[in-house]
Design a protein around this ligand. Structure first.
Ligand code: CA
Length: 233
């Protein structure tokens, strides 16, 4: 649009100014070298400047949005780092109460001299400020097995943990309401058959020493050792 408006004689040298130069006036000479812009051309330049400003504003806005996004990501990362540092600080500095021993973010206590039913084991642990142990993943489970193996339990030994299918046969749940994983590396075997296999007769989970302390289902009325857990300490 600018080329059309400012090209040729429309915006530059007016036709009448050529005549003024021939007459030799200084003012006309000035007008020839610095001719006034045609009103249409002035408008076009104004439009162009406004357009450029608009584009620059859009670019600035886009850059601002991108910067805001980067800053938000940085804040998220810093928040995660702070959470991890807090967890590490808590897990390494906060002692577990009583006979509990720290494993990651939880404290465990295997009461090797206590033999009670699964329900009474829960009450036993609750009186200590926790509940029967549950495991968030295979690593936490492996830590508990290592602890059980090192606890000097009689052989064979059974250790109550916080899992059951009491509410609905076959649907094994941790006490926190999460589904218990099935198969390796959590559940063991008995007579070459994969646990759990006790159906309605066996609804509580225990770690069985004769199978490397892997989980077996047994009758909830059996009297075994509680593995208590206190979380988030
Ligand atoms: Ca069952």
């Amino acid at each position: 649009m600018l080329a059309d408006a400012c090209g040729g004689s429309v915006c530059g040298r007016g036709r009448g100014r050529g005549v003024a130069l021939e007459e030799g006036g200084v003012g006309s000479l000035y007008d020839q070298h610095f001719p006034p812009l045609h009103p249409n051309c002035t408008q076009s330049l104004t439009d162009l400047l406004l357009l450029r400003q608009e584009v620059q504003l859009k670019e600035l806005k886009q850059a601002e949005e991108e910067s805001t996004g980067v800053l938000r990501e940085m804040v998220d990362i810093l928040t995660d780092i702070r959470g991890s540092l807090t967890w590490l600080q808590t897990s390494t500095e906060t002692p577990c109460p009583g006979n509990f021993i720290r494993f990651g973010g939880t404290c465990l206590y295997l009461a090797k001299d206590t033999f009670v039913t699964w329900q009474v084991a829960r009450v036993f642990c609750q009186d200590l400020g926790g509940d029967l142990a549950v495991f968030r993943d295979a690593n936490a489970f492996a830590e508990a097995i290592g602890y059980a193996k090192a606890s000097g339990l009689s052989n064979p030994a059974h250790v109550w943990v916080g899992g059951s299918d009491v509410s609905l046969e076959g649907e094994w749940k941790w006490l926190n309401g999460e589904d218990m994983p099935r198969g390796t590396p959590f559940w063991g075997d008995y007579n070459y058959a994969r646990e759990p296999r006790g159906e309605l007769r066996e609804n509580c989970a225990n770690l069985f020493s004769n199978d490397g302390f892997l989980i077996h289902d047994v009758s909830c009325d059996s009297k075994y050792n509680p593995l208590c857990q206190i979380k988030n300490t």
